[in-house]
Design a protein around this ligand. Structure first.
Ligand code: FUL
Length: 606
């Protein structure tokens, strides 16, 4: 395939010499003309013309294949697994990486049995530690004692995926807290390109490449400028069939890490993917970002200059953290079923993280939970009560409480609103309504005895192309108490502690001298300013002399995207009357803690 043909297939033609991008590879099918992956809206287009163009933006072949996967798995594994952290700072010794019973086949066999079609490994997380023996840095498995430095997690996973016919994706964090050249933009981009080339060139077929958006300052105090266009070219060259996720323009991050898709989820959006140099300015002028609630309404189309087929991926962990932490438990089947309905059921793919433990295996509790989750999906969705084009007819009245809808997205996403109706005693009555449908929409409602079910499209951008409707009677798993508490076994919160604010420091006064074992910091659910990101924890017996308890940490990694309670247990208890958190940075990059102090519980042994 020539380069131009390849890029057309992906839906964008790059005019290298002048460095601009012409959007919207255009193909015809019958009388309809489609824009593969993106389209440019001519200046002065009317509202109707804009909706018409939006209705004819369609996925590339790769995006369509990806969308059909439905269930995909994430594996967060690396030095954090052994340090019990969410974000490493890059100073960790490679020797910390010491899985005692590593078995990539067990990962893949477990995930295959549970119905997953693709697995994505964190080949390098923000700490910079590479799970393959790279030539770009010593900070890798080759410098660890694991298998005497001869191990290669990526290779082992590749082999396991081949054996079990599983697709493989790789997460390569652009943010690298170990690389000395990070922040020296050109130098680091060279290193990143070399890493990417190793991963995409030496490990067979890669189906998804995941570039996280996190970006920080390098040791030189400068912010790294990533060369996305160069990274994209490496991908085009080495893995033209892979989708490029998150900062890439094939797969969009849904905007949260809670397993929650939007009820109105447009795969066609004016939001410009990060990989395009003009994305910042374009998205600012539209007043939207990847977390915005509305990414595709007609109001937005009215202001749009380009449109992109950029479908949503919901990434969430089966446990509170992305990495394995011994004190955490997997989510309940009910929580997973809710996540399924809010992701796969809302025009998104689900990327569920199952973090291998310190042995280098998926923990029994997690594989058991995955099988329970699969059991729930199979029991409820393997065979519909009935299906039909536009209407589902039954021979006799049956109880239904769920419909599964889908548009033929090879012809675009068009439905703007619809009503689901049931026929009982010869009368059509509304059962449920919704806005977008997209690739798949699952709606539940109160059980109703019906002779037929139909869908009424009440608003659409051109002719809607619905796949057959499927009707079900499903049962959600029973509600359970949340699987995870915040105070770990063997500890309890000190009663009668009071907190006060001293400048940017939060001081907790304890009722008397106490053997403090740690603390729990509970952020606000929406990670607003005031949520603590970087801190120093100090303890004092008298309020005059302060020491830093060993193991008290420095930051709550990823709290800006994942506002979960953070439990810190000191390496050994300290005798203290006061504990202070000295705030260095909040989750939005400032220091504004006025709202946070009463969110800290001090722990002591039970
Ligand atoms: C985030 C990262 O910062 C987390 O650590 C995790 O890898 C998640 C999937 O993406 O942005």
């Amino acid at each position: 395939m020539t380069n131009i043909a390849r890029e057309m297939r992906r839906g964008a033609v790059a005019l290298g010499a002048i460095g601009t991008l012409l959007l919207g590879g255009c193909v015809s099918s019958g009388s309809e003309k489609y824009f593969v992956k993106s389209a440019t809206i001519p200046a002065g287009a009317t509202a109707e013309e804009r909706a018409d163009i939006a209705s004819r933006v369609v996925p590339s072949e790769q995006q369509l294949a990806w969308q059909q996967l439905g269930l995909t798995a994430f594996l967060h594994f690396g030095v954090n697994t052994f340090t019990n952290r969410e974000w490493g700072d890059g100073t960790e010794s490679p020797d910390l990486f010491a899985p005692s019973d590593f078995d990539a086949e067990q990962w893949v066999a477990t995930l295959k049995n549970a119905g997953f079609k693709l697995v994505i490994l964190t080949a390098k997380h923000h700490d910079g530690f590479c799970l393959w023996p790279t030539s770009t840095t010593d900070h890798s498995v080759a410098s660890s004692g694991w298998l005497e430095g001869k191990g290669d997690v990526v290779k082992a996973l590749r082999e396991a995926c081949d054996k079990y016919d599983m697709k493989l994706g790789l997460y390569l964090s652009p943010w690298d807290r170990n690389a000395p050249c990070y922040g020296d933009s050109e130098k680091y981009n060279d290193m990143f390109v070399a890493q990417l080339s190793e991963l995409l060139g030496n490990y067979g077929k890669i189906d998804e490449v995941w570039f996280d958006g996190a970006c920080g300052e390098g040791p030189n105090g400068k912010r790294q400028e990533y060369d996305w266009e160069r990274f994209r070219k490496v991908m085009e060259e080495l893995q033209p069939d892979a989708v490029l996720a998150i900062t890439g323009d094939d797969v969009r991050w849904v905007g949260n890490e809670d397993g929650m898709g939007r009820e109105t989820e447009w795969s066609v959006t004016p939001l410009v993917p990060t990989i395009y140099p003009w994305s910042g300015a374009a998205n600012d002028s539209l007043g939207i970002n990847v977390m915005s609630g509305d990414l595709g309404s007609r109001e937005l189309l009215a202001k749009a200059e380009t449109l992109h087929w950029w479908p949503s991926e919901v990434d969430v962990s089966i446990r509170p953290g992305w990495f394995f932490h011994p004190d955490e438990k997997p989510k309940s089947v009910r929580e997973l079923a809710d996540i399924y309905m809010q992701s796969v059921g809302r025009n998104s793919t689900l990327l569920l993280n199952i973090p291998p433990d310190r042995r280098g295996r998926i923990a029994p509790s997690d594989s058991l939970r995955l099988m329970e989750f699969k059991g729930w999906m199979d029991r409820n969705f393997s065979a519909p009560l009935g299906s039909g084009d536009g209407t589902v007819k039954f021979d006799a009245p049956v109880a239904v409480n769920c419909v599964l809808l889908g548009e033929d997205i090879s012809k675009g996403q068009r439905v703007e609103s619809f009503i689901v109706e049931g026929l009982s005693d010869g009368v059509w009555k509304p059962l449920a309504d919704g806005t977008t449908i997209g690739y798949r929409r699952i709606l539940t409602f109160e059980p109703a005895d019906v002779e037929a079910v139909r869908v009424n499209i009440t608003s659409s951008r051109g002719k809607a192309n619905l796949n057959p409707i499927e009707a079900y009677l499903i049962e959600m798993p029973a509600e359970e108490a949340p699987a995870n508490g915040t105070v770990p076994a063997g500890h309890k919160a000190v009663a009668g502690a009071t907190a006060s604010l001293h400048g940017n420091d939060v001081r907790v006064s304890l009722p008397g001298l106490t053997k403090v074992t740690g603390f729990v910091y509970t952020p606000h659910a929406d990670a607003r300013p005031g949520t603590v990101y970087r801190y120093e924890c100090v303890a004092s017996r008298d309020g005059g002399e302060w020491t830093v308890p060993a193991g008290s940490g420095k930051e709550f990694g990823n709290i800006m995207h994942h506002a979960t309670p953070r439990t810190v247990i000191f390496e050994r208890p300290v005798d203290a009357r006061y504990i202070e958190l000295r705030i260095k940075e909040d989750s939005r990059g400032g220091i504004d803690v006025a709202a946070s102090w009463d969110d800290i519980a001090i722990l002591t042994a039970e």
